[in-house]
Design a protein around this ligand. Structure first.
Ligand SMILES: C[S@@+](CC[C@H](N)C(=O)[O-])C[C@H]1O[C@@H](n2cnc3c(N)ncnc32)[C@H](O)[C@@H]1O
Length: 333
């Protein structure tokens, strides 16, 4: 449905789909992950464009049983091998499906909000992509019931109204990429849209270098955004990781770095150990690199007076070595 005319605009979705499944690689993808829906239109379009071919292993997900039946019938005639997961995507154990393979193209056409459970599932799946995967999403950009997105939006609202925001770097980077790549039709001040794209970017950025390659708005039953990312194995800095983790934690997402499948685990752990052994007080408190030195000093001063940095969880602060009232100090006293 077009927000202005109240009419469903199939052409706009077609344009966004066509962009979403366009590949910049010479060869068809080996593994495609998607939500094909009742008409399998994205799979057909991907085949037409040569993004996949009949030999591509398709992992399709559909929670609606009748739609899943339709998908199964069509996939039988479209590709040689596929796996259909007939439930919500967050119950998909993709490692058992993939075995030794990795996903090199994904179009997760959710057309819904990024909610906590889904965001956590995406964080947990970050190891499934190849080092050069292309990953597109569609999300609703209307406020819907999602505590994750409400928090994410609040974080960025804070950034846009205050110059001292801790999430400046993430916001700046996403803003810069969107200015280059995005076609917006619903006004530029949609904080929910920005927070949605920034969250998807932050999730994929855990373990990879990520860039936004396309972004397009269209109208379904409500305004939607299609955002597409390219992953690469360029060096990922520890600061960038810490930054993304802190952002996602603020939005209530716990990132488990002990996940044995985490592809960069060893490198990150090594860097973490190196950094923790000779960290400045502001680094120990997790102040972002680009915070002004005045703000860093103020944070350190307040911490030494027992005031917890706003981004730090109370449980972490309770054990923090710089907390004068913390458990470690009390124990050693
Ligand atoms: C927008 S439609 C897909 C359209 C298709 N990709 C196209 O290009 O026309 C989204 C489909 O995914 C399903 N879906 C959405 N979110 C899902 C989730 N979290 N888990 C499983 N299925 C989901 C919906 O039931 C719907 O059939």
């Amino acid at each position: 449905m077009d927000a202005a005319t109240k009419k469903w605009n199939g052409e706009m979705k077609e344009a966004a789909r066509s962009l979403a499944v366009r590949s910049d690689k010479k060869n068809p993808a080996k593994v495609y992950l998607g939500l094909p829906g009742s008409g399998c239109k994205c799979v057909r379009e991907a085949l037409k464009q040569g993004t996949i071919d009949a030999d591509t292993f398709v992992i399709a997900v559909e929670r609606d049983p009748e739609t899943a039946d339709l998908i199964e019938t069509q996939l039988n005639g479209l590709v040689k091998d596929y796996h259909l997961h007939r439930d919500t995507i967050t119950t998909l154990n993709i490692d058992t499906v993939l075995q030794d393979r990795k996903v090199d193209f994904a179009f997760l056409d959710f057309c819904g909000s990024l909610y906590n459970e889904l965001a956590q599932w995406l964080v947990d799946q970050r190891h499934i992509f190849t080092d050069d995967a292309q990953v597109a999403f569609t999300f609703s950009i209307c406020p819907r019931a999602s505590s994750f997105m409400n928090k994410a939006k609040a974080v960025f609202k804070w950034f846009f109204t205050s110059d001292m925001c801790e999430f400046k770097m993430l916001a700046k980077s996403v803003d810069k990429q969107l200015r280059r790549k995005a076609r917006f039709i619903y006004g530029s001040d949609n904080g929910y849209r920005f927070a949605t794209v920034a969250s998807a970017y932050a999730i994929l950025s855990l373990g990879y270098h990520v860039e936004i390659t396309n972004c397009d708005e269209y109208c379904d039953t409500s305004p939607m955004i299609m955002v597409k990312f390219r992953i690469s194995d360029n060096e990922v800095t520890i600061n960038r990781h810490l930054y993304m983790i802190r952002y996602l934690r603020t939005c209530d997402l716990w990132i488990n770095f002990d996940d044995p499948k985490e592809r960069n685990k060893k490198r990150i752990q090594k860097q973490t150990v190196k950094i923790t052994s000779d960290m400045a007080p502001w680094q120990q408190l997790g102040c972002p690199e680009d915070m002004t030195s005045g703000n860093k000093s103020a944070t350190v001063r307040r911490a030494l007076q027992g005031i917890r940095p706003p981004w730090m969880k109370p449980a972490v602060w309770a054990w923090h070595p710089m907390n004068p009232n913390g458990i470690r100090r009390k124990k050693s006293a």
